[in-house]
Write a protein that binds this ligand. Sequence first.
Ligand code: AMP
Length: 273
Amino acid sequence: MNIIRNIEEFRKEREKANKKVGFVPTMGALHEGHLSLIKKAKEENDFVIVSIFVNPTQFLKNEDFSKYPKKEAADIEICRLAGVDILFLPDANEIYQKDEPKVIAPNIRGFILEGFHRPEHFDGVLTVVLKLLNLAKANNAYFGKKDAQQLILITQMAKNFFIDTNIIPCDTVREKSGLALSSRNVYLNQDEKTKALSLSKSLYKAVSMIQAGDLNTKNIIKEMEKILCEVEIDYAAITDRELNDIEKIELKNTVILVAARVGTTRLIDNMWI
Ligand code: AMP
């Protein structure tokens, strides 16, 4: 595995890989969720690039940028064992210059839900993803459904900006308890971890209501909110896969999204129906 921190070296090595390339961008502190993306990339491509970059521009001023978990040595080992070809570990000075252009998230979809609670977060996400996609020039890039709104906006950006990389959605990996794996779960103590389960429980409740034939989104959200009463809920919402509000569940075209704070940790989860 080639570990590269410098853009010029990255470009040189990338040019040598005259094969089908899969790309997995991450912020590190890798877990089984990330690994599932890397495995899928390995299966579907001949050459796999993983990037680890904690992107400063997607964090708001009051957020956890400076304490975001860093586990570089373990991450390198995980990537090596997974058969990654290039692990790209740039620092912020490689990625950003002073006073440069940036991507602005779409007016509506970029500023509702996560974008409402984290204004300009998606400007930072889309900007860094555009930079990384341009560098990696991959055939396929892998993103988790766990970050549903992010995945939807990146898919839209790739289409609107005519980016020559397929954006591949990947299923959410969970603990047996139902808790979605996240690098931020390390912030949770035992009591908070128990409370955090109400996010996935509320989603499973929604699924069971839908299976029982209740497709009314207001009813479903009301029941979800009862389960979410133990945490500080930011939103429980049901949208179609373009993030428009809907009154009735549309099978294969719906996302159910929740975000809540548990202690000082903010968690998100969702279910694609
Ligand atoms: P992050 O390092 O949190 O920026 O995540 C990097 C990529 O891994 C993103 O595309 C995430 O959506 C994806 N990801 C994070 N957690 C999970 C999970 N539990 N299951 C599947 N993919 C995930």
